[in-house]
Design a protein around this ligand. Structure first.
Ligand code: GCU
Length: 438
């Protein structure tokens, strides 16, 4: 028995070495990864196996393309007063603002303005982080209401070798803080800081669920509770957790404005799943984000609400009522009467960069519904002469479609923000930022 145990341990350590793990067994982010396993580029079809697996879990949810009911989307270019917007100026003056208001009212809620007392303090810095490759800064972002303080942190690594100010990717991390470890003892594919630095990008993160607003319907702590207690007009605020997380992303941009290492024309916001819903809402509202990367974000993100495929309004509000404005749940089963649909949210990112990403077996997130939202939204980018209107046919699996500021990919595999997703988001950023002065 003992001999077998020893043998098993030995085998374990060999395979650990083979998969580039350290002696402690922890993952190391490769700076020059091998993406050979994603080389196959084929048309996407939800596999029968994936459909059956998902259908077995939630019987009321549709995963069959043939059973998608016909739906009519609100016309993105038609303002409430009627007519059609035909120019970029018309979009900005007659349509953009009213759509933002509708999303605030019906989906994500109204958030407070930037606090007057907002301040930043570098609580830790290391100019020789990552064996001298990067400078680490940990920034406390604070403000007060009625004299009471609220603080959360930004973790930032900036590449030391760079031609000028650095482009930056900000992850709104809804997962545990171990994903964004400033000491780099723990390294995760979810926030591959070493890889980003090797490619010349700064990488930042806020642990939004751990420090800004708990991901919990019954939360009694966090920024929303803080505003309820200390803001003079709390009845004005209807923000859900996604709104609060997005708000914190804009406060990070307020900090970047004070940091001479950061290129203000090259700020990307990225999030995965519920974090991707958040990065989309942040990118829609705050035009200082030059690029919104929206990974596997599905319902309440870029997936069309009216399309009955994968997660729906009833399911999301049953499990996560705290993510949204209170009004949103009233549309369960009545998605056709929602005053907006998610293509209009994607359109709010125009003319800046948008990158949608899905995964082949992530049917819960309705990859096709997210693609179709982008197709509709591309009408708005065409007003700026930035791109052609996209067509319904989806890009090939593992391929990166870049059309000017718009990009999309569907990666082989399941729900996750993998290193290959980061690579493609960065490839898009490379093409988008190359003409912007540093
Ligand atoms: C659940 C939820 C999704 C969400 C996901 C995640 O599956 O239903 O809407 O995107 O969690 O955040 O991982």
């Amino acid at each position: 028995m003992r001999t077998i145990m020893v043998l098993l341990l030995a085998v374990g350590s060999v395979s650990a070495r083979a998969s580039s793990k350290t002696a402690e067994g922890s993952y190391r982010v490769p700076t020059n990864p091998d993406f050979a396993k994603y080389e196959k580029k084929v048309p996407w079809q939800p596999s029968r196996e994936a459909i059956e697996k998902q259908a077995a879990k939630k019987s009321t949810i549709n995963y069959d393309e043939a059973k998608v009911r016909s739906y009519t989307l609100p016309e993105v270019l038609t303002p409430a007063g009627g007519g059609t917007v035909t120019t970029a100026t018309g979009w900005e003056q007659q349509r953009r603002g009213e759509l933002l208001d509708l999303f605030r009212q019906y989906v994500y809620g109204v958030a407070p303005a930037k606090p007057d007392t907002l301040s930043f303090r570098i609580v830790e810095s290391d100019p020789r982080a990552m064996a001298g490759q990067a400078t680490l800064k940990r920034v406390a972002i604070s403000f007060t209401l009625q004299g009471e303080p609220f603080t959360f942190h930004l973790t930032l690594f900036v590449p030391n070798q760079r031609p000028g100010k650095a482009p930056v990717f900000l992850l709104l991390n809804h997962r545990g803080p171990e994903n964004t470890d400033p000491t780099r003892k723990r390294q995760m594919e979810f926030w591959p800081a070493e890889y980003m630095i090797a490619r010349g990008y700064a990488i930042a993160a806020i642990n939004v669920a751990a420090e800004v607003e708990p991901d919990n319907a019954k939360a009694t702590t966090g920024i929303r509770a803080f505003y309820r207690q200390h803001y003079p007009r709390p009845e004005e605020l209807s923000w859900g957790a996604l709104g609060a997380w997005a708000w914190s992303g804009s406060r990070a941009v307020d900090y970047f404005e004070t940091d001479p290492d950061i290129n203000m024309a090259q700020i990307a916001v990225i999030g995965h799943s519920r974090g991707g819903k958040t990065s989309l809402w942040a990118g829609a509202q705050d035009t200082r984000f030059a690029l919104a990367c929206v990974n596997d974000a599905g319902e309440g993100g870029p997936a069309l609400s009216r399309r009955n495929f994968g997660e729906d309004n009833a399911a999301i509000n049953r499990s996560f009522p705290h993510w949204f404005a209170p009004k949103y749940a009233a549309y369960a089963g009545k998605e056709d009467t929602l005053p907006v649909d998610q293509h209009e949210l994607v359109a709010l990112v125009a003319p800046r960069g948008y990158h949608g990403a899905d995964a082949t077996s992530d049917l819960w997130a309705d990859p096709r519904g997210s693609w179709l939202a982008l197709v509709e939204a591309s009408k708005v980018w065409t007003l700026y002469g930035k791109t052609q209107r996209l067509q319904d046919k989806m890009p090939l699996v593992n391929d990166l479609l870049i059309q000017g500021p718009i990009a999309y990919h569907i990666r082989e595999g399941g729900h996750g923000l993998m290193l290959f997703d980061w690579k493609l988001h960065l490839d898009h950023a490379d093409s988008l930022f190359k003409n912007v002065a540093k």
